[in-house]
Design a binder for this molecule. Structure first.
Ligand SMILES: [Zn+2]
Length: 176
């Protein structure tokens, strides 16, 4: 077993946890996954997916903006740093296999997703929460390069439906 690869700080006065200057919450995985499932069942997958995408997108953008300033990063280095930190914080192992900010495309392999590890029930694609994260981070990188246009991402295969690993494709959103 290793030790956390991210520097965790705990404020003596308030008890607030932080990593790289951003406040964090340490919680049991089962609590988070139970919350996630309850929302999905209560709201319905399609509506919940839309809410999740927006929340994840905004959070990823904010994270990238703050971390780029904290570490003096720019360009695709910001996206790679985000994937590294997510991997170090226990969400999954994220491996960027392709990334083209100009085209707004990318492919990310995901292993050991929390949603796969906690999955019970019939085979399904269960890691949709990550969609907005990829899009928010890549759109941030594109925005810094003066590029615009909304992106979308989809999980093309999931380990919870029997694939060896999960995989996400990122690309320009279809205009409807
Ligand atoms: Zn998956």
């Amino acid at each position: 077993m290793g030790k956390p690869a991210v520097p965790i700080e705990v404020d003596d006065g308030t008890g607030v946890w932080s990593v790289d200057g951003l406040a964090m919450i340490l919680m049991p995985r089962h609590f988070f996954v139970n919350f996630h499932r309850a929302m999905e069942e209560g709201i319905g997958r399609a509506r919940y997916d839309a809410f999740l995408f927006d929340a994840g997108y905004r959070s990823a953008w904010t994270w990238c903006e703050k971390e780029a300033a904290t570490h003096g990063l720019d360009g695709v280095a910001v996206f790679h740093h985000y994937m590294k930190r997510l991997s170090q914080r226990g969400w999954a192992q994220f491996d960027v296999q392709a990334l083209n900010p100009q085209a707004g495309t990318g492919r990310v392999r995901v292993d050991h997703s929390v949603f796969v590890l906690a999955h019970e029930g019939p085979p399904a694609k269960v890691c949709h929460m990550f969609r907005g994260w990829f899009c928010g981070a890549l759109e941030y990188v594109r925005d810094q390069a003066g590029l615009c246009g909304r992106l979308d991402a989809s999980e093309t295969q999931c380990a919870a439906e029997g694939a060896v690993h999960c995989s996400f494709e990122i690309g320009p959103a279809r205009v409807s």
